[in-house]
Design a protein around this ligand. Structure first.
Ligand SMILES: Nc1nc2c(c(=O)[nH]1)N[C@H]1C(S)=C(S)[C@@H](COP(=O)(O)O)O[C@H]1N2
Ligand SMILES: [Mo]
Length: 322
Protein backbone atom coordinates (compact mmCIF):
# COMPACT_ATOMS: atom_id res chain seq x y z
CA UNK A 1 0.00 0.00 0.00
CA UNK A 2 1.29 3.40 -0.94
CA UNK A 3 0.13 6.45 0.87
CA UNK A 4 0.57 9.78 -0.83
CA UNK A 5 2.04 12.19 1.63
CA UNK A 6 1.57 15.91 1.53
CA UNK A 7 4.61 18.02 2.21
CA UNK A 8 4.21 21.02 4.45
CA UNK A 9 5.45 23.15 1.57
CA UNK A 10 2.57 21.92 -0.58
CA UNK A 11 -0.06 23.37 1.71
CA UNK A 12 -1.91 26.16 -0.02
CA UNK A 13 -2.89 29.16 2.04
CA UNK A 14 -6.51 28.31 1.25
CA UNK A 15 -6.03 25.17 3.29
CA UNK A 16 -4.76 27.05 6.28
CA UNK A 17 -7.74 27.47 8.52
CA UNK A 18 -7.88 30.47 10.82
CA UNK A 19 -8.81 29.69 14.39
CA UNK A 20 -12.32 31.09 14.10
CA UNK A 21 -13.11 28.69 11.30
CA UNK A 22 -11.40 25.87 13.15
CA UNK A 23 -13.60 26.51 16.18
CA UNK A 24 -16.61 26.61 13.92
CA UNK A 25 -15.64 23.34 12.35
CA UNK A 26 -15.18 21.88 15.76
CA UNK A 27 -18.65 22.98 16.76
CA UNK A 28 -20.02 21.58 13.52
CA UNK A 29 -18.30 18.29 14.06
CA UNK A 30 -19.63 18.15 17.58
CA UNK A 31 -23.14 18.73 16.29
CA UNK A 32 -22.59 16.21 13.54
CA UNK A 33 -21.41 13.64 16.04
CA UNK A 34 -24.55 14.05 18.10
CA UNK A 35 -27.01 14.36 15.24
CA UNK A 36 -26.20 10.98 13.85
CA UNK A 37 -24.61 12.35 10.70
CA UNK A 38 -21.93 9.85 11.44
CA UNK A 39 -18.70 10.04 9.58
CA UNK A 40 -17.66 13.46 8.38
CA UNK A 41 -15.03 13.57 5.68
CA UNK A 42 -11.88 15.42 6.59
CA UNK A 43 -8.89 15.07 8.79
CA UNK A 44 -10.59 15.60 12.11
CA UNK A 45 -12.11 12.54 13.67
CA UNK A 46 -15.40 13.88 15.02
CA UNK A 47 -15.58 11.60 18.03
CA UNK A 48 -12.11 12.66 19.12
CA UNK A 49 -12.75 16.37 19.09
CA UNK A 50 -16.26 15.98 20.39
CA UNK A 51 -15.22 15.24 23.94
CA UNK A 52 -13.62 18.29 25.50
CA UNK A 53 -12.38 19.39 28.87
CA UNK A 54 -10.07 16.49 29.58
CA UNK A 55 -6.91 18.52 29.60
CA UNK A 56 -5.95 22.15 29.82
CA UNK A 57 -6.69 24.24 26.76
CA UNK A 58 -3.64 25.97 25.37
CA UNK A 59 -4.88 29.14 27.06
CA UNK A 60 -4.05 32.48 25.51
CA UNK A 61 -2.93 30.79 22.38
CA UNK A 62 -4.10 32.10 19.06
CA UNK A 63 -2.65 29.65 16.59
CA UNK A 64 -1.80 31.46 13.41
CA UNK A 65 -1.99 28.28 11.42
CA UNK A 66 -4.39 25.45 12.11
CA UNK A 67 -3.57 23.38 9.11
CA UNK A 68 -5.14 20.12 10.27
CA UNK A 69 -3.39 18.50 7.34
CA UNK A 70 -4.73 15.07 6.91
CA UNK A 71 -2.50 12.06 6.64
CA UNK A 72 -5.52 10.38 5.12
CA UNK A 73 -6.00 8.30 8.22
CA UNK A 74 -8.22 8.38 11.24
CA UNK A 75 -6.77 9.99 14.36
CA UNK A 76 -6.11 7.69 17.29
CA UNK A 77 -8.61 8.58 19.99
CA UNK A 78 -7.50 10.92 22.77
CA UNK A 79 -7.94 8.31 25.48
CA UNK A 80 -5.54 5.87 23.81
CA UNK A 81 -2.96 8.54 23.02
CA UNK A 82 -2.91 9.54 26.69
CA UNK A 83 -3.24 6.17 28.44
CA UNK A 84 -1.04 3.81 26.40
CA UNK A 85 2.41 5.32 26.85
CA UNK A 86 6.09 4.63 27.13
CA UNK A 87 7.73 6.94 29.65
CA UNK A 88 10.09 4.86 31.77
CA UNK A 89 10.74 7.74 34.17
CA UNK A 90 7.28 6.92 35.50
CA UNK A 91 7.43 3.13 35.23
CA UNK A 92 7.71 0.55 32.48
CA UNK A 93 4.03 -0.46 32.21
CA UNK A 94 1.92 1.13 29.50
CA UNK A 95 -0.50 2.58 32.09
CA UNK A 96 2.23 3.65 34.52
CA UNK A 97 2.84 7.09 32.97
CA UNK A 98 -0.86 7.99 33.22
CA UNK A 99 -1.00 6.76 36.82
CA UNK A 100 2.30 8.01 38.19
CA UNK A 101 2.83 11.24 36.25
CA UNK A 102 -0.43 12.73 37.56
CA UNK A 103 1.20 14.92 40.19
CA UNK A 104 4.21 15.88 38.11
CA UNK A 105 4.26 19.67 37.79
CA UNK A 106 5.98 20.68 34.53
CA UNK A 107 5.98 24.43 35.20
CA UNK A 108 8.11 26.41 35.73
CA UNK A 109 10.40 24.74 33.18
CA UNK A 110 13.77 25.66 31.76
CA UNK A 111 15.92 24.22 29.00
CA UNK A 112 19.71 24.53 29.03
CA UNK A 113 21.22 25.10 25.61
CA UNK A 114 24.95 24.49 25.33
CA UNK A 115 27.78 23.26 23.15
CA UNK A 116 28.58 24.57 19.69
CA UNK A 117 26.15 27.52 19.61
CA UNK A 118 26.32 31.30 19.46
CA UNK A 119 23.54 31.77 22.00
CA UNK A 120 23.97 29.27 24.82
CA UNK A 121 22.04 29.74 28.03
CA UNK A 122 19.10 28.74 30.15
CA UNK A 123 15.84 29.38 28.33
CA UNK A 124 12.50 29.39 30.07
CA UNK A 125 9.61 27.50 28.50
CA UNK A 126 7.90 30.84 27.86
CA UNK A 127 11.04 32.04 26.14
CA UNK A 128 11.10 29.09 23.79
CA UNK A 129 7.43 28.72 23.01
CA UNK A 130 5.66 31.66 21.43
CA UNK A 131 1.96 30.90 21.77
CA UNK A 132 1.21 32.94 18.67
CA UNK A 133 3.22 30.80 16.32
CA UNK A 134 2.09 27.36 17.40
CA UNK A 135 1.25 24.94 14.63
CA UNK A 136 -0.54 21.66 14.58
CA UNK A 137 0.84 18.59 12.87
CA UNK A 138 -0.97 15.34 12.36
CA UNK A 139 1.71 12.64 12.32
CA UNK A 140 1.80 8.89 12.17
CA UNK A 141 3.82 7.60 15.13
CA UNK A 142 5.35 4.13 15.24
CA UNK A 143 6.93 2.45 18.25
CA UNK A 144 9.58 -0.21 17.72
CA UNK A 145 7.21 -2.50 19.68
CA UNK A 146 5.11 -2.69 16.48
CA UNK A 147 2.17 -0.53 17.50
CA UNK A 148 1.35 2.80 15.94
CA UNK A 149 -0.91 5.81 16.32
CA UNK A 150 -1.96 8.93 14.45
CA UNK A 151 -1.59 11.95 16.71
CA UNK A 152 -2.54 15.62 16.24
CA UNK A 153 0.33 17.45 17.92
CA UNK A 154 0.63 21.16 18.67
CA UNK A 155 4.04 22.79 18.84
CA UNK A 156 6.81 24.45 16.88
CA UNK A 157 9.20 23.27 14.22
CA UNK A 158 12.52 22.18 15.68
CA UNK A 159 14.40 24.03 12.91
CA UNK A 160 12.83 27.34 13.97
CA UNK A 161 13.85 26.76 17.56
CA UNK A 162 17.39 25.76 16.60
CA UNK A 163 17.90 28.81 14.37
CA UNK A 164 17.45 31.02 17.43
CA UNK A 165 20.30 29.26 19.20
CA UNK A 166 22.65 29.94 16.30
CA UNK A 167 24.45 26.63 15.86
CA UNK A 168 28.07 27.01 14.76
CA UNK A 169 29.39 25.40 11.59
CA UNK A 170 31.07 22.62 13.54
CA UNK A 171 27.80 21.58 15.22
CA UNK A 172 27.12 18.24 13.52
CA UNK A 173 24.66 16.72 15.99
CA UNK A 174 22.01 17.80 18.48
CA UNK A 175 21.71 15.94 21.77
CA UNK A 176 18.65 16.04 24.03
CA UNK A 177 18.21 15.13 27.69
CA UNK A 178 15.15 14.50 29.81
CA UNK A 179 14.83 15.80 33.37
CA UNK A 180 16.75 13.64 35.85
CA UNK A 181 14.96 13.95 39.20
CA UNK A 182 14.01 10.71 40.98
CA UNK A 183 12.00 12.72 43.54
CA UNK A 184 9.65 13.86 40.80
CA UNK A 185 10.02 10.90 38.44
CA UNK A 186 9.79 7.83 40.63
CA UNK A 187 10.64 5.39 37.84
CA UNK A 188 14.17 6.80 37.96
CA UNK A 189 14.67 5.14 41.35
CA UNK A 190 15.17 1.95 39.38
CA UNK A 191 17.97 1.75 36.86
CA UNK A 192 15.96 0.29 34.01
CA UNK A 193 17.85 2.77 31.82
CA UNK A 194 20.85 4.96 32.53
CA UNK A 195 19.36 8.31 33.52
CA UNK A 196 18.92 10.90 32.23
CA UNK A 197 17.15 9.62 29.14
CA UNK A 198 19.20 10.81 26.16
CA UNK A 199 18.52 11.12 22.47
CA UNK A 200 20.18 12.71 19.50
CA UNK A 201 19.81 13.68 15.87
CA UNK A 202 22.22 14.51 13.11
CA UNK A 203 22.06 18.24 12.33
CA UNK A 204 20.29 17.78 8.97
CA UNK A 205 17.70 15.53 10.65
CA UNK A 206 17.10 18.12 13.34
CA UNK A 207 16.68 20.81 10.68
CA UNK A 208 14.31 18.70 8.57
CA UNK A 209 10.90 20.38 8.37
CA UNK A 210 9.24 17.27 9.88
CA UNK A 211 11.16 17.49 13.17
CA UNK A 212 8.82 19.00 15.70
CA UNK A 213 8.83 20.16 19.30
CA UNK A 214 5.41 19.32 20.70
CA UNK A 215 3.87 21.24 23.59
CA UNK A 216 0.35 19.93 23.14
CA UNK A 217 -1.92 17.42 21.48
CA UNK A 218 -5.55 17.56 20.44
CA UNK A 219 -5.39 21.34 20.89
CA UNK A 220 -4.62 21.00 24.58
CA UNK A 221 -1.53 21.23 26.73
CA UNK A 222 0.69 18.18 26.55
CA UNK A 223 -0.41 15.74 29.26
CA UNK A 224 2.39 14.79 31.66
CA UNK A 225 2.40 11.19 30.45
CA UNK A 226 3.10 12.40 26.90
CA UNK A 227 6.18 14.37 27.89
CA UNK A 228 5.10 17.72 29.32
CA UNK A 229 5.91 20.45 28.88
CA UNK A 230 7.99 19.93 25.73
CA UNK A 231 9.03 16.85 23.78
CA UNK A 232 10.49 15.96 20.43
CA UNK A 233 8.56 14.25 17.62
CA UNK A 234 10.40 12.71 14.65
CA UNK A 235 7.69 10.75 12.84
CA UNK A 236 9.93 8.85 10.39
CA UNK A 237 11.87 7.32 13.30
CA UNK A 238 10.87 4.78 15.92
CA UNK A 239 9.01 6.29 18.85
CA UNK A 240 11.88 6.17 21.32
CA UNK A 241 13.72 8.92 19.41
CA UNK A 242 10.86 11.26 20.39
CA UNK A 243 12.34 12.19 23.76
CA UNK A 244 10.02 13.64 26.40
CA UNK A 245 10.25 16.41 29.03
CA UNK A 246 13.42 17.93 27.58
CA UNK A 247 15.67 20.01 29.89
CA UNK A 248 18.82 20.17 27.79
CA UNK A 249 19.71 20.65 24.14
CA UNK A 250 23.42 20.35 23.29
CA UNK A 251 25.12 20.96 19.96
CA UNK A 252 28.03 18.61 19.44
CA UNK A 253 30.77 17.77 16.98
CA UNK A 254 30.51 14.05 17.67
CA UNK A 255 27.57 11.68 17.56
CA UNK A 256 26.07 11.78 21.07
CA UNK A 257 25.31 8.65 23.13
CA UNK A 258 21.62 7.71 23.25
CA UNK A 259 19.84 5.80 26.02
CA UNK A 260 18.43 2.89 24.06
CA UNK A 261 21.59 2.42 22.04
CA UNK A 262 23.55 2.34 25.31
CA UNK A 263 21.21 -0.26 26.81
CA UNK A 264 20.99 -2.50 23.75
CA UNK A 265 23.19 -1.54 20.83
CA UNK A 266 22.21 -4.60 18.82
CA UNK A 267 18.54 -3.70 19.00
CA UNK A 268 18.68 0.08 18.83
CA UNK A 269 20.92 2.08 16.55
CA UNK A 270 21.52 5.80 16.51
CA UNK A 271 19.37 6.47 13.46
CA UNK A 272 16.40 4.21 14.20
CA UNK A 273 14.56 5.13 11.04
CA UNK A 274 11.41 3.07 10.55
CA UNK A 275 12.51 0.32 8.20
CA UNK A 276 10.28 -2.72 7.60
CA UNK A 277 13.24 -4.54 6.03
CA UNK A 278 15.58 -4.30 8.98
CA UNK A 279 14.56 -6.98 11.43
CA UNK A 280 14.58 -6.61 15.18
CA UNK A 281 15.23 -9.54 17.55
CA UNK A 282 11.97 -9.06 19.44
CA UNK A 283 9.33 -7.35 17.32
CA UNK A 284 8.46 -7.59 13.65
CA UNK A 285 9.20 -4.36 11.87
CA UNK A 286 7.37 -5.52 8.74
CA UNK A 287 3.93 -5.02 10.25
CA UNK A 288 2.34 -2.93 12.94
CA UNK A 289 -0.90 -2.73 14.87
CA UNK A 290 -2.57 0.64 14.72
CA UNK A 291 -3.97 1.22 18.21
CA UNK A 292 -7.72 0.75 18.03
CA UNK A 293 -7.55 -1.64 15.11
CA UNK A 294 -7.56 -5.39 15.05
CA UNK A 295 -5.73 -6.40 11.90
CA UNK A 296 -2.08 -5.54 11.45
CA UNK A 297 -1.00 -3.36 8.57
CA UNK A 298 2.28 -3.31 6.67
CA UNK A 299 4.84 -0.86 8.02
CA UNK A 300 6.15 1.72 5.61
CA UNK A 301 9.74 2.72 4.90
CA UNK A 302 10.48 5.86 6.90
CA UNK A 303 6.99 5.40 8.30
CA UNK A 304 5.65 6.73 5.00
CA UNK A 305 7.65 9.98 5.11
CA UNK A 306 10.22 9.00 2.50
CA UNK A 307 9.44 11.96 0.28
CA UNK A 308 10.57 14.30 3.04
CA UNK A 309 13.48 12.36 4.51
CA UNK A 310 14.91 9.68 2.18
CA UNK A 311 17.36 12.11 0.56
CA UNK A 312 19.19 12.48 3.90
CA UNK A 313 20.23 8.82 3.83
CA UNK A 314 21.22 8.34 0.21
CA UNK A 315 24.39 6.28 -0.03
CA UNK A 316 24.21 5.04 3.56
CA UNK A 317 24.12 1.31 4.25
CA UNK A 318 20.83 1.11 6.16
CA UNK A 319 21.72 -2.32 7.52
CA UNK A 320 24.76 -0.84 9.18
CA UNK A 321 23.32 2.55 10.10
CA UNK A 322 20.05 1.36 11.63
N1 LIG B 1 12.17 10.61 28.43
C1 LIG B 1 11.59 9.62 27.77
N2 LIG B 1 11.18 9.83 26.51
C2 LIG B 1 10.58 8.82 25.82
C3 LIG B 1 10.41 7.54 26.39
C4 LIG B 1 10.86 7.35 27.74
O1 LIG B 1 10.76 6.27 28.34
N3 LIG B 1 11.44 8.43 28.39
N4 LIG B 1 9.85 6.52 25.67
C5 LIG B 1 9.93 6.64 24.19
C6 LIG B 1 9.14 5.63 23.50
S1 LIG B 1 9.76 4.05 23.48
C7 LIG B 1 8.01 5.94 22.81
S2 LIG B 1 7.21 4.78 21.86
C8 LIG B 1 7.41 7.30 22.90
C9 LIG B 1 5.98 7.22 23.37
O2 LIG B 1 5.36 8.46 23.27
P1 LIG B 1 3.83 8.60 23.72
O3 LIG B 1 3.70 7.97 25.07
O4 LIG B 1 3.53 10.06 23.72
O5 LIG B 1 3.02 7.86 22.68
O6 LIG B 1 8.12 8.16 23.79
C10 LIG B 1 9.53 8.04 23.73
N5 LIG B 1 10.15 9.06 24.54
MO1 LIG C 1 8.70 2.99 21.71
Amino acid sequence: MLIKMTKASDIKSSEITPKAIFDDRRRFLKTAAFSGLGFVAGSIAPSSFASEGRGKKLIGIEPSKWTQKSVGEKLTDYESVTSYNNFYEFGTGKQDPLTYAKDFNPKPWTVVVDGEVENPGTYSYEDLVNPHTLEDRVYRFRCVEAWSMVVPWVGIGLADMIKRFGPKNNAKYVAFETLNDPDRMHGQRRRVLEWPYREGLRMDEAMNPLSFMAVGLYGEELPNQNGAPIRLVTPWKYGFKSIKSIVRISFTKKQPPTSWNMSGPREYGFYSNVNPEKSHPRWSQAKERRIGEFLKRPSLMYNGYGEEVASMYVGMDLNKFY
